[in-house]
Design a protein. Structure first.
Length: 183
């Protein structure tokens, strides 16, 4: 493939991956729950794939908890180990995915013989990650809110920034329906 066309395709893939919103963010919650009563929290057990060394990492756990703690503190929530109002848990899952671009038939320049006709197909593989954050009513022992982000994982050197952006997006709608705590 010639260099300008290759660079154009790589730029297009980069734009698709990095985009304005690099994550798909969703949430679900118990419409009957009174979110105004939640003021304190503590962490519960994280759910990771024990066989996956990427998701079963104390470094990753520290980054996720730190990002959530910062975001919740900015919203007025207090982390407390004794008798909190809610428990937090997170879940992580990764999945290898493929993206296929079929440009149809066309002429491609050849390296030695001048060119050839054929189908132009590019295949890119990437890792998709999902971060789920659960809020559990400690008294009822029921999930009252769940938010999640799905996106392409990045380089380890960028993991804190990506986690911060994912957590920011997930917790942007917590508590739901503009219910806030008294600060």
């Amino acid at each position: 493939m010639n260099k300008p066309l290759c660079l154009l395709k790589l730029s297009f893939v980069f734009l698709l991956i990095s985009g304005c919103s690099p994550f798909t963010i969703k949430q679900d919650y118990d419409r009957d729950a009174d979110f105004s009563k939640y003021k304190t929290y503590r962490w519960s057990v994280a759910q990771t794939d024990k066989k996956d060394p990427v998701t079963n990492s104390t470094l990753l756990a520290k980054r996720i908890k730190s990002a959530v703690d910062r975001k919740l503190a900015s919203q007025g929530y207090v982390r407390r180990e004794e008798n909190p109002d809610m428990l937090l848990a997170y879940h992580i899952k990764t999945k290898e995915k493929y993206n296929v671009h079929d440009y149809g038939f066309g002429w491609r320049p050849g390296y030695w013989w001048g060119g050839y006709g054929g189908r132009n197909v590019d295949v890119y593989n990437y890792t998709e990650g999902t971060l789920i954050i659960d809020v559990v009513d400690r008294q009822e022992k029921q999930i009252v809110w769940r938010g999640w982000a799905v996106g392409v994982t990045g380089r380890p050197s960028e993991s804190q920034q990506r986690i911060d952006r994912a957590v920011e997006g997930i917790l942007k709608t917590f508590p739901p329906i503009s219910q806030t705590i008294d600060k």
